[in-house]
Structures are given as C-alpha cells and as structure tokens.
Design a protein. Structure first.
Length: 415
C-alpha cells in the first residue's frame, strides 16, 4: 500500500496510508488537513489509478515540489520521492513502512482516509527524519534578537516624525475637498485573494420574450432539485432573462447523445463519484460550442488535458472530464454545485481563486444561493457567468424537450 510519511508535524514522522483520491490542504474537506500558513486550502492531490500513484498541484499559492522541482503537470510518484508542500512541510512517498534512508524506526501514525484528519503544524520548528530539531543555534538567536532591537530603535523616531506631518493630503488643483480623517478605509481582501476584475454590464431585465417561456423559473427550480437535491438556489428575474437569451441557440441544435456515449458517461462518472446527469447537462451545453469551434466533445483546453494525461498510460477524454469535474467540485462545497459548474474549463488555480473570493465576500453563506448576486458582486467573472447561463439553458431544454417543441426523452431518464 502507498504511504506518505510527513515530517515536522509531530516529534516523530507520521505514516499516513494513501487510498483512492487523496487531497492535502487546509480545507475541512481535505483527506489530510494541514493547518499551516504556508499551505493553501487545496494544496495538492494524490491519486492511485491503473496501478500507478500520481500527484498534481491543486492550484496552491506557494506550489508543491517533487524532488526539488515545482510540479507543473501531473507526475508519477516513485518509492522514496520527496515532496515539499507549500515550501514548509516535507513528506516522503513510499510503498514500504519507512523510506530506505530513514535512520530510525519512528512509531507510525495511521489516519483514516475516509475521515478528515487535522494536523497542527509548528511553523517555527521543523523536524528532520531522525527527530533532530532544525531550529537555529543559541548564538544565531542572540544575533537575531540584537538585530530586532536595533531595528526598533531606528524605526521609532521615523514613525514619530511621520506622525507630525499634516493629516490631510495636498490638493494641487484646489477644487477637491480634503478627505476626512474619520472616513473608514475600504475593506481589503486577504493577501491570498485576488479581486476578479470584469467589465461593468447593464443589469438585464425580463423582456417580452418571457411570454414564450412561461414555465422557465419552475423548470430551473426542478432542475436544481435534480442536481443539488434541494430548493436553496434563487433564480432571480435577472438570471432568468440571461438564460432566455441562450435558449434559442440550444433549441436550434438539440442535444442527442449516442447510446455508447451515454453508457460511457454513466460508467465513468459513477466510478468517480460524480452524478452522471451532471455530465449529461455539461455535454448538452457544449453541443454547439464543440460543433462550431471544431474542438473535442468535452471542449477542455489542451493544457488541462496534458495535465491529466501526464504519467497515465491510457485515459479517455471522458475520464479526464470526470476527474477534472470532481477536482473542481472538491474545491467548492456540495451545495455550491452551480458555482462549480460555472468554472468548467478554468485552470484549478483560477477555480481556487474564485472560491477564495467567495469565502471573503460571503463568509456567512447568505449570498451564494443567489447566482445573479454572485455575478453582480464580482464572485463570478463574465466568462464564468456566461458559462453558467449556457449550462442552465441547455439543461432545461434537454430536460423538458416537449416544452420547447422538440422530440425526445428527458435527459434525467437517459443518464
């Protein structure tokens, strides 16, 4: 069985078995949870398939290194490989109980991969495999303390001088009134979160075309129940108006999956823990895009395809799509499935950024159920918003073909 030996978390190295889909990060959903400032919420993913164990970075801020080299694409793991997570936590991959170069037999700690494990790291002290502390010697600590004292002595006068300067800024044009010193500063997102910029778009309003789709809101609500198993999603008039603009394109080229294609999606997606109906809705939304652009059926960027094929002998594009969708869904909570599908085709690093913006702007989970507000507040960019509206439009047409003058069976009955 493959194992991961983590150093520096406890006095003795920790031996953790790896089974199936193994995620590392600070998020509560991760299989191995590392509470350290250098670790991202979704740091890395280790997976065993086709008799091989592979690792890929989860779009982390500080990156993941394999034998000293940054992991760009998916790479195969071999016995004795050294992994650095976020530049601060070291681990060794092995198929035996201990790596061959370990000088001692530390007591292994086995964690259940089915449950979330919480490991509290020590950012100021790391442990070598032999258990010897890597903290600086006492002489170095004395020099460091002296440097800090000297820095404080030189900084205090400078701060005092700056505090004596005028509080109001100088306005050369003489027209702009000075800012009030009591004005509150604008909220600043955490340094790890980058604001998603997007051009300002006019708020859509329901048009006269809404009479042609009188049951659209009810269809969207039933669709959400099929996918999320709940009625929590809010479909505002603005969102419905945007979905209406995409419906003519979907009815002009209705989705008609082949039998072998349906069987493949059902098998592969089920094996990866993804609802096959989600794959059907995605294929329906990609029907016109792949036909006009000449791209593959799943319309995934070549860079994403290469990241999943590296180190794998044979893997189909449908299996890559299922792996990628599962990785995107891991970043989001299960109740945020529509936001996850809106990110389809984006690099995992971009997906992690959107999730970070979501948590920063909606910490109490009140905003995310309204998809239009998620776009209006900048949580979703314009590209993700357009993708979401296409998926919703294609899904309602494929699920209710007769309501749109098409012949066929509802997609939920096929997948």
């Amino acid at each position: 069985m493959a194992k991961l030996i983590v150093y520096g978390i406890q006095p003795q190295p920790m031996v953790i078995p790896i089974r199936g889909h193994f995620t590392i990060g600070r998020d509560r959903s991760c299989t191995l949870r590392l509470e350290d400032s250098c670790i991202s919420r979704f740091q890395a993913i280790i997976e065993t398939r086709c008799g091989e164990t592979v690792i890929r970075d989860g779009g982390s801020r500080n990156g993941t290194r394999l034998n000293g080299q940054p992991i760009q694409l998916e790479q195969r793991l071999s016995d004795g490989d050294e992994i650095i997570f976020g530049g601060g936590i070291r681990a060794t991959f092995t198929h035996s109980i201990l790596p061959h170069n370990s000088p001692s037999q530390p007591k292994p700690v086995h964690l259940k991969t089915e449950a979330t494990s919480s490991l509290v790291s020590r950012p100021n002290q790391t442990m070598s495999p032999s258990g010897v502390s890597d903290s600086p010697p006492p002489v170095a600590k004395i020099w460091l303390a002296g440097f800090v004292i000297l820095l404080c002595l030189t900084t205090v006068p400078v701060l005092w001088f700056v505090s004596q300067l005028p509080q109001n800024p100088l306005h050369l044009d003489g027209n702009q009134p000075p800012l009030s010193p009591k004005s509150p500063a604008p909220p600043v997102l955490p340094t790890a979160v980058k604001e998603i910029s997007q051009p300002a778009l006019p708020s859509p309003t329901p048009s006269s075309e809404s009479a042609a789709y009188p049951d659209l809101q009810q269809q969207l609500e039933s669709l959400s129940t099929l996918v999320t198993r709940s009625h929590q999603t809010t479909f505002s008039p603005e969102l419905i108006a945007q979905v209406q603009t995409c419906i003519p394109e979907m009815t002009a080229s209705p989705f008609q999956p082949r039998e072998d294609e349906k069987q493949l999606v059902r098998t592969v997606f089920s094996n990866r823990g993804i609802q096959p109906l989600v794959g059907g809705f995605l294929l329906a939304s990609l029907q016109t895009t792949s036909a006009t652009s000449g791209q593959s059926r799943w319309n995934l960027p070549q860079e994403l395809l290469r990241s999943y094929t590296a180190g794998a002998s044979q893997i189909s594009e449908t299996e890559i799509a299922a792996l990628y969708i599962r990785d995107v869904c891991v970043v989001f909570d299960t109740r945020d499935i529509w936001l996850a599908l809106a990110c389809y085709g984006q690099p995992l690093q971009r997906v992690a950024t959107i999730r970070a913006v979501l948590e920063a702007k909606d910490p109490d989970h009140r905003l995310r159920t309204d998809l239009w507000k998620c776009y209006q507040t900048g949580i979703l960019g314009q590209q993700e918003w357009h993708q979401l509206c296409r998926i919703l439009a294609a899904s309602v047409v494929a699920e209710h073909p007769e309501a749109y003058g098409l012949a066929g069976t509802p997609l939920s009955a096929q997948f």
